[in-house]
Design a protein around this ligand. Structure first.
Ligand code: IPE
Ligand code: IPE
Ligand code: MG
Length: 260
C-alpha cells in the first residue's frame, strides 16, 4: 500500500492515531534516581515496551514505532552498548512467540549491517515468523537514524536512475517509498518520555506534520495511563496542515481530498 504524503495531499485525520512513534528515553536516569546501575533501567524499559505494545493493541492503534538504539548510541560506554545488544538478543529470542500469538507483526528498521550476525539472523527470523500477522505493526528502530534513512533512500533513487538510464521524477510523494518505513503512514503522534524536547535523529522526514507530545515521565514508568494522556492531548489538537482553522469546519475540506 502506498501512503500519501502530508505535504503533497491533506491527510484524513482519524480520531485515534493510526501511527504512534515513541522515543523511549529516561532509562538511565530512572535507574540512577534509584541508585541502581543504568542498565537496570534498560531491563525495566523492556517491560514497558511489552506494556505499551499491549496497550496499543487494546486501543486499536495500527502502527507503533519504538526508537530503541540510535547510530549515536554507539558512542556510549562499551559495557552499556554490549548490555543493550544482549538485551536485544534475549528480547528477540523470548518475545517472538508471544508477538506471533497476539497477531502482532514485527519489523526492525535501521542499518542492521552494524550488528553482530546473530542479531541479524534473529531479526530476519522474527520478521518472517510474524509476516502474515494482521494486527498491530510493531516497528523497532535499531541503529536507525533519520539522516541515514534519507541518505539510503537517496542512494536507491540514484541507483535506479543509473539502471533505467533515465532521470526519475522524484517528488515528496514518491520519495517516502524509498524510506525504511515505506510500509507505514507518517506518524500521527510522536511521544518522547524522559523530559528532553528534541528529535535526536529519529524519523526526520516523516515527522513533518506529526503532533508532538513530551512528558517528563521516565520510560520505565510510562504506562497505559500515560499513553492515554498523550492520546487525549492528541485528540485535542487541531491538525491544520497549513490551512486555517475556519477551513477545517467547512465542508470544503472534502474538495481538498478530491484534489489529491
Ligand atoms: C533510552 O534511555 C534508551 C536508549 C537510548 C538505549 P537512556 O539510556 O538514554 O536514558 P537517559 O536519557 O540516560 O536517562
Ligand atoms: C534517543 O535517546 C535514542 C533512543 C531512545 C534510542 P538518547 O538518550 O540517545 O538521546 P540524546 O542523546 O539525549 O539526544
Ligand atoms: Mg537518553
Amino acid at each position: 500500500m502506498i501512503h500519501t504524503s502530508s505535504t503533497m495531499c491533506t491527510p484524513t485525520v482519524t480520531e485515534v492515531p493510526r501511527h504512534i512513534a515513541i522515543i523511549m528515553d529516561g532509562n538511565g536516569r530512572w535507574a540512577e534516581s534509584r541508585r541502581l546501575p543504568r542498565v537496570s533501567g534498560h531491563v525495566k524499559g523492556l517491560e514497558t515496551v511489552k506494556i505499551i505494545t499491549k496497550s496499543c493493541t487494546m486501543r486499536n492503534i495500527k502502527f507503533l514505532t519504538l526508537f530503541a538504539f540510535s547510530p549515536e548510541n554507539w558512542r556510549r560506554p562499551i559495557d552499556e552498548v554490549s548490555f543493550l545488544m544482549r538485551l536485544f538478543i534475549s528480547a528477540l529470542e523470548r518475545e517472538i512467540a508471544h508477538l506471533y500469538t497476539n497477531n502482532i507483526r514485527l519489523r526492525v528498521v535501521g542499518d542492521l549491517s552494524m550488528f553482530e550476525p546473530r542479531i541479524q539472523d534473529l531479526v530476519q527470523n522474527a520478521e518472517a515468523k510474524t509476516a502474515s500477522n494482521t494486527g498491530l505493526i510493531l516497528t523497532i528502530a535499531a541503529n536507525y537514524g533519520g539522516r541515514w534513512d534519507i541518505l539510503q533512500a537517496t542512494r536507491k533513487i540514484a541507483q535506479q536512475c543509473v539502471d533505467d538510464n533515465s532521470i526519475q521524477s522524484v517528488n515528496e510523494s514518491n520519495f517516502s517509498q524509498y524510506l525504511a518505513m515505506a510500509y507505514a503512514p507518517e506518524p500521527d503522534l510522536f511521544i518522547r518520555t524522559g523530559g528532553e524536547q528534541r528529535v535526536s535523529n529519529f524519523l526526520l522526514w516523516q515527522l513533518a506534520y506529526t503532533e508532538f507530545y513530551f512528558t517528563g515521565v521516565f520510560w520505565p514508568e510510562f504506562n497505559d495511563m500515560e499513553l492515554g494522556k498523550a492520546i487525549a492531548s492528541y485528540c485535542g489538537r487541531e491538525r491544520r496542515f497549513g490551512r486555517t482553522g475556519e477551513q477545517l469546519t467547512r465542508k470544503s475540506q472534502n474538495i481538498d481530498a478530491l484534489l489529491c
